[in-house]
Design a protein. Structure first.
Length: 543
């Protein structure tokens, strides 16, 4: 049926055959161009729709990237068909068996979770907590039996409860006594106050340590601390709180420099960066500027996590942070690290897997196959936990390399037929562009597959910046670097950051120059925490 608009339209056709061919050719080209335009618009609309769905998931969806074992079971046949260089039947059977067992275990765990939801249970109270005993006896008249005899105690029943007594401020008066000869009025002498990290400042070391711990461990911005202190009857301006933090940062700066120096001796160093806002006082209009915190995570032999707050994300910042490092650098693939030697660079497989996970909703077959292969890689890693580097390397060469060969073959095969701006196309191009660095872990037994450790180190800052929003100024970036490094390294080592900061501020103020003794991993071996909890600042000692 013709379009009603075209029913009365007279079309003049040429009389000769050549003109008809030319007209047909012109119409075909016009139709092809229109189809191309429509296809381009459809692809753009699809891309925008996918981007919208990703943003909705980032805002409201689940953050976990873990797949249900039942989903992985769907790709067992695909793995059988696509296994290159592997025993396909055995490989698929292992996956099916593993998926079934995983499914059973997940169902069992779900049952356990449902049972736990009924109540939290009652765990015993930590025996190191100070105890206050309150005894309750019957009334005196009830202790006399009906027969006239006095009742004897036959036992007790104890109920443990936890109470909280808010921390309190203590005003310490440092009184210096002076002496002189009454006869000649000469030879005046006086007592000496202990040296501190500041010259007669109002804040003692314990308060400075508490402010730093509250901000960088508990993510409490200074204005909230100001409000909290006011409720307890102590009015302190937040400008004073910031100035006291600066005192602590200046004192501990050599210590952080030494930690960075030792971290650069790691066999594998993980690096990452995250945006953080700060106030740029040099700007005339918009004062808030986006800077970045660069993080370097040392290995287990050098357990220091270094934070470096900088006003931008240029590669010069990374070069300055990593100055002196020449071993294996593990990153997320950001181009700011491309200056580092390629043969010693490794990239995170979780980031590559993450793109495949995002594509799962749009192409379950191909993306699901990639996720199943990544699942096998991590199964191998789980089996090698606790083994030596040589054993891990041998296992990776024997089992992980064939899986990676298969994965690359699939990526190369799919690339020509997958639009590059689709989620799967992005996943394919991301992995192929970094393939050698993604496979670097198969060359070293001590190299992890991913940057999960340094990402976990950055996560507290992501939580913190939602509270304190921005750093006060560009000058404050250095203070933030010092405290973030000390506090988060303590958390990594399971050291109480408040006790650590208070003690090192006292020692540094008193003139301690043995920096290595103040490193968090060495300090905790020299200072039992139960003893430190009962000590006071030297500046607060009263005879």
């Amino acid at each position: 049926m013709l379009n009603p608009l075209l029913e009365n339209l007279e079309i003049a056709l040429p009389s000769d055959l050549e003109s008809c061919y030319a007209l047909i050719q012109e119409l075909a080209e016009t139709l092809a161009s229109k189809s191309f335009e429509l296809e381009t618009k459809d692809m753009e609309n699809l891309r925008l729709k996918q981007r919208l769905q990703e943003m909705v998931r980032e805002k409201f969806g689940r953050s976990t990237e873990k797949l249900n074992p039942a989903q992985l079971a769907l790709f067992a046949n695909l793995l059988k068909q696509n296994s290159a260089g592997l025993d396909a039947d055995e490989y698929g059977a292992e996956l099916e068996q593993g998926s079934e067992s995983d499914l059973e275990s997940s169902s069992d765990s779900n049952k356990k979770v449902k049972k736990k939801n009924g109540g939290g249970g009652r765990n015993p109270i930590n025996p190191s907590i100070e105890r206050v005993y309150r005894h309750y006896y019957p009334n005196a008249e009830d202790l006399v039996c009906d027969c006239g005899e006095q009742k004897a105690e036959i036992g007790t029943e104890t109920l443990e409860q936890i109470d909280y007594i808010p921390a309190s401020f203590v005003a310490i008066e440092l009184v210096t006594h002076k002496f002189a000869c009454k006869s000649c009025q000469k030879g005046v002498i006086e007592g000496k106050r202990p040296k501190q990290i500041h010259n007669g400042g109002k804040a003692a070391e314990g308060l400075i340590a508490h402010i730093g711990t509250a901000k960088y461990a508990d993510h409490m911005p200074l204005y909230r601390q100001e409000q909290q202190y006011a409720r307890e009857g102590m009015t302190i301006a937040r400008a004073s709180l910031g100035r006291w933090l600066d005192y602590g940062a200046v004192a501990a700066k050599p210590l952080v420099a030494r930690m960075r120096e030792l971290a650069m001796q790691s066999a594998v160093l993980q690096a990452d960066e995250s945006p953080v806002k700060f106030i740029d006082l040099n700007r005339k209009l918009k004062k808030i500027k986006t800077g970045y915190v660069w993080v370097a995570h040392g290995d287990s032999e050098h357990p220091y996590t270094i934070y470096d707050f900088q006003p931008d994300r240029c590669k010069e910042r990374a070069q300055k942070l990593l100055e002196g490092f020449d071993k294996i650098l593990l990153t997320d693939g950001y181009g700011g690290y491309d200056w580092y030697e390629s043969s010693k660079s490794a990239n995170c497989n979780v980031h590559a897997r993450r793109y495949a996970e995002k594509a799962l909703k749009y192409d379950k077959q191909k993306a699901g196959l990639l996720l199943a292969l990544y699942g096998k890689l991590y199964e191998i890693e789980k089996r090698t936990e606790g083994l030596g580097s040589e054993q891990i390397l041998a296992t990776r060469q024997a089992e992980s390399v064939p899986i990676l060969v298969q994965m690359r073959r699939l990526l190369v095969e799919w690339k020509p037929i997958t639009p590059p701006k689709t989620p799967l196309g992005i996943a394919i191009n991301y992995s192929l562009a970094r393939w050698d660095k993604l496979c670097r872990f198969t060359e070293y037994g001590h190299l992890p597959l991913d940057t999960n450790l340094v990402e976990n180190a950055i996560r507290p800052l992501a939580v913190g910046r939602k509270n304190w929003l921005h750093v006060g100024s560009e000058e404050s970036l250095e203070t933030a670097s010092v405290f973030a490094t000390l506090v988060n390294t303590c958390k990594r080592l399971k050291v109480n950051p408040y006790l650590y900061l208070r003690d090192i501020f006292i020692r540094i103020g008193a003139g301690c120059d043995k920096i290595d003794d103040l490193l968090p991993d060495r300090w905790v071996n020299q200072n039992p925490l139960d003893a430190l909890e009962k000590t006071e600042s030297n500046a607060a000692t009263v005879d």
